[in-house]
Ligand binder design. Sequence first.
Ligand code: NAG
Ligand code: NAG
Ligand code: NAG
Ligand code: NAG
Ligand code: NAG
Ligand code: NAG
Ligand code: NAG
Ligand code: NAG
Ligand code: NAG
Ligand code: NAG
Ligand code: NAG
Ligand code: NAG
Length: 561
Amino acid sequence: MGTGRSPIQLLFRLLLLFSGFLYQETIKLGSCNGNLDVGCIEFERQALLEFKEGLKDPSDRLSSWVGKDCCRWRGVSCSNTTKHVVKLDLHNSNYSDHYYSSNKSSLAISGEINPSLLDLKHLNYLDLSNNDFGRIRIPEFIGSFKKLRYLNLSYALFGAEIPPHLGNLSSLRYLDLTTVFSFDFDLYVNNLQWLSGLSNLEQLKLGGVNLSRVVDWLQDVNMLPSLLELHLPFCGLQNTSLSLPVVNFTSLMVLDLSENYFNSSIPHWMFDISSLTYLDLRENTLQGRIPDAFTNMISLEYLDFSYTYYTQGVIPRTLGNLCNLQKLHLSGSHITGGISEFLNGLSECTNSSLELLDFSSNELSGNLPESLGHLINLRYLDLSGNSFWGSIPASIGSLWSLKELDLRYNGMNGTIPKSMGQLSELIRLDLSENQWEGVISEDHFANLTRLESLRLYFTSPTKSLVMDVRSEWIPPFRLKYIEMRNFQLGPTFPAWLQTQKKLTILVLNNVGISDIMPDWFWKLSLQIESVDLSNNQIRGPIPHNIHEMMPSVVYHLQGPV
Ligand SMILES: *[C@@H]1O[C@H](CO)[C@@H](O)[C@H](O)[C@H]1NC(C)=O
Ligand SMILES: *[C@@H]1O[C@H](CO)[C@@H](O)[C@H](O)[C@H]1NC(C)=O
Ligand SMILES: *[C@@H]1O[C@H](CO)[C@@H](O)[C@H](O)[C@H]1NC(C)=O
Ligand SMILES: *[C@@H]1O[C@H](CO)[C@@H](O)[C@H](O)[C@H]1NC(C)=O
Ligand SMILES: *[C@@H]1O[C@H](CO)[C@@H](O)[C@H](O)[C@H]1NC(C)=O
Ligand SMILES: *[C@@H]1O[C@H](CO)[C@@H](O)[C@H](O)[C@H]1NC(C)=O
Ligand SMILES: *[C@@H]1O[C@H](CO)[C@@H](O)[C@H](O)[C@H]1NC(C)=O
Ligand SMILES: *[C@@H]1O[C@H](CO)[C@@H](O)[C@H](O)[C@H]1NC(C)=O
Ligand SMILES: *[C@@H]1O[C@H](CO)[C@@H](O)[C@H](O)[C@H]1NC(C)=O
Ligand SMILES: *[C@@H]1O[C@H](CO)[C@@H](O)[C@H](O)[C@H]1NC(C)=O
Ligand SMILES: *[C@@H]1O[C@H](CO)[C@@H](O)[C@H](O)[C@H]1NC(C)=O
Ligand SMILES: *[C@@H]1O[C@H](CO)[C@@H](O)[C@H](O)[C@H]1NC(C)=O
């Protein structure tokens, strides 16, 4: 392809040059001349220019909108055969920090949308997302693009009522009207009955749109048998019903009803949709137990039930049968009981896919079972804020992908196994606020080469935990964050700190150090932001030029110095 030109191709191109002046005629005759590279259709070009007139384009994103061939204009695509404009993509890809707020980056287009656009009768793709239309209403005439398959007006700051005219877009597959999640921004609908006109719809995204006036939104959505993705987060649905006798969208893969603060019991209909891969019910005030009804949800990869404050009961047994599960968020509720049955279930999968497990801030208790070690793809494990007790199972060393381990605020009263030292991917480790016993040795850190954050603090002094390493120990890690309080680390000043050249925060408070402050400490690092060595017995002078050595240090060095 593209190597050399045959004489026939050259001749063809010459003919094209001369055919330019025939172009208008050709159109009037209405004949479509195959693949002739003759630019765009004139009245469509005029329509685009009129549309451009109505827009404010401070950063000149439409500067290429000049000349005859509108098919070459930025954001405009024509059919290769008919030359009709089929696609208009003016989405603003400069996702500034204000993406989710009503402050837009300077690359946003604003202004009004001229109805001249309707002359683009063959348009099947329209994307105006992430621009700034200053809370004007979505024009009713957008409902007249009969061929539209893709409509994306997300984060474009349209306001007021979404016109039901969109229900005339019978070819539509994708409808994205997601808007800013804000209480002082109102893009709303009075009813959703018009959805029934969109019988081919596959993706419906209305995040942030105020649906609180809709009497039976679920019944309206149920008229969409082709639906694959339904995203309705932050839609103000708290006073609406979640009951649905018969499910019509049996191919649904993605269901996001997060942040709606539903005041209802956990609906059962979604547990029968065997195609679901993604279920997000985060931040709803759902009541009652999570049903033990996951048997049909064999495709589930993502489940988020966190912060459903009134959810009680135990972890459903059938959750352990979901071998495709990759992320499980079940934090911030009132879940009780143990996790053994769940983990034993998962360990029977030939291959557990679980990467993230977050059971934090519940009322779970019991031992952590050895079967934890079967979750070899686990990267993130958060069991903090529960009542687990006993030891960390030695099998933890098998979790070779683990990056974060958080067990703080539990009743762990056993030992920390040396196998923890095998977790060579670990970045963040927090074992604070437990009743650990035993000795933490160099072995516990043997291969923690990536560790950046180490937290081991206790509100009340613990005598049962001791950290014991040689003074010549060279740790494999370069920590940024150390917080250790109220256990035995001393009496000598930890010489291994000398190797920690990336420290920004250092807290060694009441860790039994009774020693002379070594000289090297003052030269440790210029990056250090905060040092707290209080409640130890550290002696020796503080250099008077300390502020030059550690410029921004906020330090507490109380006790006899
Ligand atoms: C037109 O053809 C080009 C090159 O083959 C292709 O990349 C482009 O997607 C086609 N455009 C449309 C609208 O089909
Ligand atoms: C996007 O916007 C930011 C500031 O809002 C600017 O610094 C950056 O250069 C912009 N990126 C592009 C590709 O224009
Ligand atoms: C939006 O921009 C205005 C003016 O620049 C500023 O005062 C305001 O704090 C910004 N709001 C947000 C949410 O960033
Ligand atoms: C719509 O546009 C936004 C922002 O440009 C993008 O993130 C989103 O994925 C698009 N929606 C669909 C359904 O493609
Ligand atoms: C489009 O929808 C609106 C409101 O649902 C309706 O009044 C109008 O007649 C429809 N127009 C066409 C051309 O179907
Ligand atoms: C949504 O609309 C209802 C009814 O008009 C109103 O009470 C509520 O404040 C609106 N919610 C938001 C988040 O704008
Ligand atoms: C299912 O969808 C079809 C077609 O959209 C509709 O006619 C029917 O009433 C729906 N059934 C239920 C139970 O909602
Ligand atoms: C839900 O109902 C309560 C009590 O009737 C009312 O105060 C609140 O505004 C309603 N919320 C919405 C979003 O309609
Ligand atoms: C939730 O619903 C119950 C009854 O179903 C009612 O007593 C309670 O006031 C509701 N709570 C809120 C915040 O609307
Ligand atoms: C096991 O899981 C990994 C990661 O999830 C995946 O790449 C691999 O293909 C799976 N193997 C089998 C036999 O399912
Ligand atoms: C650890 O705590 C559990 C639960 O409180 C208790 O049953 C057990 O005896 C404790 N074990 C030790 C060694 O203290
Ligand atoms: C540390 O890692 C090395 C290389 O990956 C391995 O040979 C060694 O056995 C590991 N040591 C421990 C204690 O896990």
